[in-house]
Ligand binder design. Structure first.
Ligand code: NAD
Length: 246
């Protein structure tokens, strides 16, 4: 039986590559999007269908526990219990700390950190009961090394690793692994839209002298989602071209 995978932020730049990769490796995939993205989700689904992949999209705000509970109930009823969860939804609200307002801080923590709790909490007990589960949290190099203007984002992404290591201990004897993938600079709409000078200066600081491709993040996620990674838990896989080594 195909395993059921839920990917939050599934129609974003990195999310799309992960969806395609997991669907091609035989998972029954459900992509989550934010409720404001429903129109985009339709054209996204058409683009996937043109590639031969039928991927259902379910809208839910990961910042809302109740909405996440509703989404997971719907997935349970339509497809069955979630075996693989990839927490990929994320936002930035960059500001130097002296200009950072409580609303920016709260928005980033609500989506990037509380969102991970809100979705994972819905699937965790079922995974423990069934004796199999894979949780993969998409963090960031900036959660490991910090970043000017990203105190909110770096705090949320760093916290994800503490969450990962704690849950890994709770799931280890029950066949449930919990890991983090920390991308560096990845070629998505956001990084491609950067001013060329800024882009080039970032690239010159990356030992591999290029940004990563979303497919390279997806490859790490696919490995962690597979049976081959059964003995890896509580880990953080860095996909950053050597930008930060820890
Ligand atoms: P993206 O903006 O293309 O994708 C993020 C997706 O999450 C979007 O579709 C967005 O609408 C969705 N989302 C935002 N808030 C949501 C909410 N409340 N509920 C449900 N969905 C919500 O960004 P991306 O570059 O593909 O990033 C994906 C993940 O990778 C993020 O967690 C990001 O922090 C992380 N990351 C990205 C990079 C990079 O260089 N692009 C580097 C390191 C880490």
């Amino acid at each position: 039986m195909a395993r059921i995978a839920l990917l939050t932020g599934g129609i974003g730049g990195i999310g799309t590559a992960i969806c395609v990769r997991l669907a091609r490796s035989g998972h029954t995939l459900v992509a989550n999007c934010h409720p404001s993205e429903i129109a985009t989700a339709e054209s996204w689904q058409q683009a996937r269908a043109a590639e031969g992949l039928m991927i259902p999209v379910i809208a839910a705000d990961v910042a809302s526990f109740a909405d996440c509970a509703r989404m997971v109930r719907e997935i349970d009823e339509r497809f069955g219990p979630v075996d693989v969860l990839v927490n990929c939804a994320g936002i930035t609200r960059d500001k130097t700390f002296k200009k950072m307002e409580p609303a920016q801080w709260e928005a980033v923590i609500d989506v990037n950190l509380n969102g991970v709790f809100n979705v994972t909490r819905q699937v965790w007990e079922g995974m423990l009961e069934r004796g199999f589960g894979r949780i993969i949290n998409i963090s960031s190099v900036n959660g490991q090394r910090g970043q000017f203007g990203q105190a909110d984002y770096s705090a949320a992404k760093a916290s994800m690793q503490g969450f990962t290591m704690s849950l890994a201990q709770e799931g280890a004897a029950k066949g449930v692994t919990v890991n983090t993938v920390s991308p560096g600079y990845i070629e998505t709409a956001m990084t491609l839209a950067m001013d060329e000078g800024i882009r080039n200066s970032i690239i010159s600081g990356i030992p591999m002298r290029r940004m990563g491709r979303p497919e390279e993040v997806a490859a790490a996620v696919a490995f962690l989602a597979s049976d081959e990674s059964a003995y890896i838990t509580g880990a953080n896989i860095q996909v950053n071209g050597g930008l930060f080594m820890h």
